[in-house]
Design a protein around this ligand. Structure first.
Ligand code: ZN
Length: 323
């Protein structure tokens, strides 16, 4: 391979390393130049660069809005998704500047994979997926496409899709439990998902004890992780050469590369567009839980008659909100 080719591979690595969402060891230090993390992605990227084709990247994400009204504005994509998609498109454009064939990001919307476990109706997943397609159309993203279980099994009902996915690609659940129990990297993911399930089930009208809900949330967390892994296995079978991105922080040197979905800092590593609302704060956007945005005195902005985002009061005199 030419030195020039390797330089372009490294320039692509520089760009994605700048947005890495890393699972840090306590007290560990790390930087964009980490050779373990770069080596984990280099061969795949370099294979595409040598062939002179666009670098395919898979990102299982944007499943559906959380069912918790304390977190989100509703079940459809809003400005939170739009800002995130715009960020990802801009990242692909920057890859194209250092490597002209560029990158192509496939957002593998995974709501259909586990929505029944998180109490989201199938119709809301369908509406969210249509809404995401509208977001891509509105932004004119040239480097991003959407893919979902509906594309894998067209004409099958949602429960049937999930059964087929599980039948063909299920991971070993006992091995998964062992990995969590042994305190491996999955433990943090398991805890985070358990917390989501617990919070999102405590919606108005919930009747039942906390202990039952905790137990139920822990059981369902394993199923959510198992289904997500089945989805990952299916994607790997379809796109064996794609760079594997993840919304979850990944350990140093992992085959999957954890990535931020926006330019924000690391205040809440678990906040995503579908668990939060976009808030304009002194001319900058960030994500907050819906209740926190309201409690901070945020003003709701509508677009096309639909709730879009919040503007914090201190902002009124200095910026105008998007109409
Ligand atoms: Zn590293």
């Amino acid at each position: 391979m030419s030195a020039h080719g390797m330089a372009r591979t490294d320039a692509v690595l520089d760009l994605i390393m700048g947005h890495q969402r890393l699972l840090l060891d306590p007290g560990g230090t790390h930087g964009d130049s980490c050779e373990h993390c770069r080596a984990a992605q280099r061969d795949k990227i370099d294979g595409h660069v040598r062939a002179g084709r666009a670098i395919p990247m898979l990102l299982p994400a944007f499943p559906a809005k959380s069912p918790n009204p304390d977190k989100v504005l509703g079940h459809l994509p809003d400005l939170a998704e739009e800002l995130s998609v715009a960020f990802l498109e801009a990242l692909c454009v920057r890859v194209g500047e250092v490597y002209p064939p560029g990158a192509h990001l496939i957002i593998c919307s995974d709501g259909r994979v586990f929505n029944d476990l998180v109490r989201i109706p199938d119709e809301h997943v369908s509406a969210y997926q249509r809404g995401m397609s509208d977001v891509l159309g509105r932004l004119g993203t040239a480097h991003i496409s959407l893919y979902s279980l509906d594309d894998v099994f067209p004409g099958t009902d949602p429960a049937g899709m999930r059964r087929k996915l599980w039948a063909d690609h299920a991971p070993d659940l006992e091995a998964l439990r062992d990995e969590v129990r042994s305190g491996g990297p999955l433990l943090g993911l398991y805890r985070g998902i358990t917390r989501f399930l617990y919070e999102d089930a405590k919606i108005p009208g919930f009747r039942g004890s906390n202990a039952t809900l905790q137990r139920e949330s822990r059981r369902r967390a394993y199923e959510v992780i198992g289904r997500s892994q089945a989805w990952g296995n299916l994607l790997a079978a379809i796109h064996p050469d794609a760079v594997r991105l993840s919304i979850h922080p990944q350990p140093c040197g992992h085959e999957k590369f954890g990535i931020f979905l926006q330019d924000a800092g690391d205040e809440d590593r678990w906040l995503t567009p579908w668990h939060a609302v976009a808030v304009e704060d002194r001319g900058r956007f960030r994500l907050m839980k819906h209740r926190a945005a309201k409690d901070a005195g945020g003003r709701l902005v509508l677009r096309g008659g639909r709730p879009s985002h919040y503007v914090l009061a201190a902002d009124h005199s200095t910026t105008s909100s998007k109409g």
